[in-house]
Write a protein that binds this ligand. Structure first.
Ligand code: ZN
Length: 292
């Protein structure tokens, strides 16, 4: 169905209100976009709360993120580079959403990927959510950090930053952001209750089959999860994490060598200037002057 410019802009404003009211962003944070064709995108403006956008604020940009039409004082988000990377590598994607949902972002800060297969809905509709290496916002570091994950996932955590989700339309991309936060919440609560129990590989396989039957669009890493299981062993009872360890699954976050930022090292007392030595040197020089 063809949608007018105005309808698309209105939808972006509506999703902005939901993201803001859900507490997935604070102040002017977050950005999202819709692809029309390879050289036409609608993207949210920078420096504006996503909860209070009106259609005229939405920017129309080209395949390099440059404004196609002058747009009053509003400029496109500087994070659009990150969206473009997704559009370039995933032709099936027509919308990208970036936000900072608090529990999922806490996992991204703690360096814990959402890759435990713990509930059927999350497995069928979301898959798993890895963490991309930390990068400075608005530089090419973040887009480049996404590359290892784009072919197997529809949502990615950004280390010490937030989350990115994408899909065949704006609603799908937004729902994946909601599902990511919900999944993070469940994993967090389960860990407070003593730890999650993963659904075994053989059962995950059935859920992946259901996903196909339902015609869920997008990518799912789990077909690669347990090669033994996919070779025909329907009774595989390994947990996905064990299978991951045994087979070294290419799509896992660990396989791509995710490393949290090295922790900052505070100067220890031995590294601080040696006050005693300085006092000694000053005294020596004063005495030298005095004795002249
Ligand atoms: Zn952000």
């Amino acid at each position: 169905m063809y949608k007018s410019d105005y309808e698309i802009k209105k939808e972006l404003c509506e999703i902005g209100r939901r993201i803001y009211n859900d507490g997935f962003v604070a102040a002017n944070d977050g950005n999202f976009s819709v692809k029309i064709d390879d050289n036409t995108y609608y993207v949210t403006p920078t420096g504006v709360s996503k909860g209070f956008m009106t259609p005229e604020m939405i920017c129309k940009v080209d395949g390099e993120g440059k404004l196609k039409e002058s747009n009053g004082p509003w400029r496109p988000s500087s994070e659009f580079k990150m969206h473009l990377k997704v559009y370039q590598e995933r032709p099936d994607v027509k919308s990208v959403v970036h936000a900072h949902p608090p529990i999922a972002t806490s996992f991204a800060i703690a360096g814990i990927p959402l890759d435990k297969l713990i509930m059927p809905e999350a497995i069928i509709f979301l898959g798993a959510v890895p963490i991309a290496q930390y990068g400075t916002p608005s530089t090419m570091e973040i887009p480049e950090s996404l590359t290892p994950y784009l072919q197997d996932y529809d949502a990615i955590l950004l280390a010490n930053h937030g989350a990115l989700s994408f899909g065949c339309d704006l609603n799908t991309a937004f729902f994946r952001m909601e599902s990511t936060e919900f999944y993070a919440k469940l994993l967090f609560y389960a860990r407070m209750l003593g730890g999650e129990k993963e659904i075994p590989c053989g059962e995950v396989k059935k859920l992946v089959e259901l996903r196909k039957e339902f015609g869920v669009p997008g990518k799912h890493p789990m077909e690669k999860l347990c090669p033994g299981c996919y070779a025909g062993d329907d009774t595989c009872s390994m947990s996905p994490t064990d299978a991951n360890e045994k087979y070294g699954v290419e799509s896992s976050a660990a396989y791509h060598g995710f490393q949290p930022l090295p922790s900052q090292v505070c100067p220890t007392p031995s590294q601080s200037p040696d006050i005693e030595a300085i006092v000694k040197e000053v005294t020596k020089r004063v005495l030298e002057q005095y004795n002249k």
